[in-house]
Design a protein around this ligand. Structure first.
Ligand SMILES: N[C@@H](CCC(=O)N[C@@H](CS)C(=O)NCC(=O)O)C(=O)O
Length: 210
């Protein structure tokens, strides 16, 4: 029913986490971003920002032509609305999920991404850039840690806000963070790690990059 244009990176994992939790049938269409496949015209037609993930839903709710969605936050929201799962229906619960979803796509993801770039992948080690993004990643971890001090998941029950954030905590060592400094975040991280759907999502990832 759903084609998932995917490569096993944190933004890609967000969507396999959802699809495995929801039990929706999907087919992975690998987009090897290390080989430039994100620039192919057929992919750009559904993802004009030349980034994965993207989806094509061949059985949308109101029938008709297939719907394509790019941007991981938009995809998570689309799938949550489609299935009526992992986002509350009530306005207060829904707005909390959206706040933290947008916090992830606008903050944690880009900052941790820059952190990984300058700490691990940049050909030149630039201390200012490394320090800036390691520090900002740590600040964001602190924000999430505080949020999780008095609740099990980020916004009520397990939701798309958790699915968006979790894959960006997985590379915490590469990002210069020690989870022991963030005990509530660590407890949340380990709880999501133990979910069977998380295991399945990361198994799909390993199969794609094998
Ligand atoms: N804001 C986008 C970011 C997606 C993104 O950065 N994807 C990366 C991999 S994690 C990508 O496709 N990179 C290809 C490139 O840089 O050309 C989202 O949340 O979906």
């Amino acid at each position: 029913m759903i084609d998932l244009y995917y490569w096993p990176t944190p933004n890609g994992h967000k969507i396999t986490l959802f699809l495995e939790e929801a039990g929706l049938p999907y087919t992975i269409k690998p987009v090897n971003i290390t080989q430039g496949e994100q620039f192919r015209p057929e992919f750009l037609a559904i993802s004009p920002n030349n980034r994965m993930p993207a989806i094509v839903d061949h059985a949308p709710l109101q029938k008709g032509a297939a719907i394509s969605v790019f941007e991981s936050g938009a995809i998570l929201l689309y799938l949550a609305d489609k299935t009526e799962h992992f986002i509350p229906a009530d306005v207060r619960g829904r707005v909390e999920v959206l706040e933290w979803l947008f916090w992830q796509v606008g903050g944690l993801g880009p900052m941790a991404g820059q952190n990984g770039h300058f700490s691990r992948f940049a050909p030149e080690k630039i201390p200012y850039a490394i320090e800036r993004y390691v520090k900002e990643t740590g600040r964001l971890y602190g924000v999430l840690n505080k949020r999780l001090a008095d609740r099990e998941y980020i916004a009520g029950a397990y939701s798309i806000a958790d699915m968006a954030a979790y894959p960006w905590i997985v590379p915490h060592q590469m990002h210069g963070q020690n989870l022991d400094d963030f005990p509530h975040l660590k407890r949340w991280f380990e709880a999501i790690q133990r979910r069977p759907a998380t295991t399945r999502a990361y198994e799909r990832a390993a199969a794609v990059s094998a």
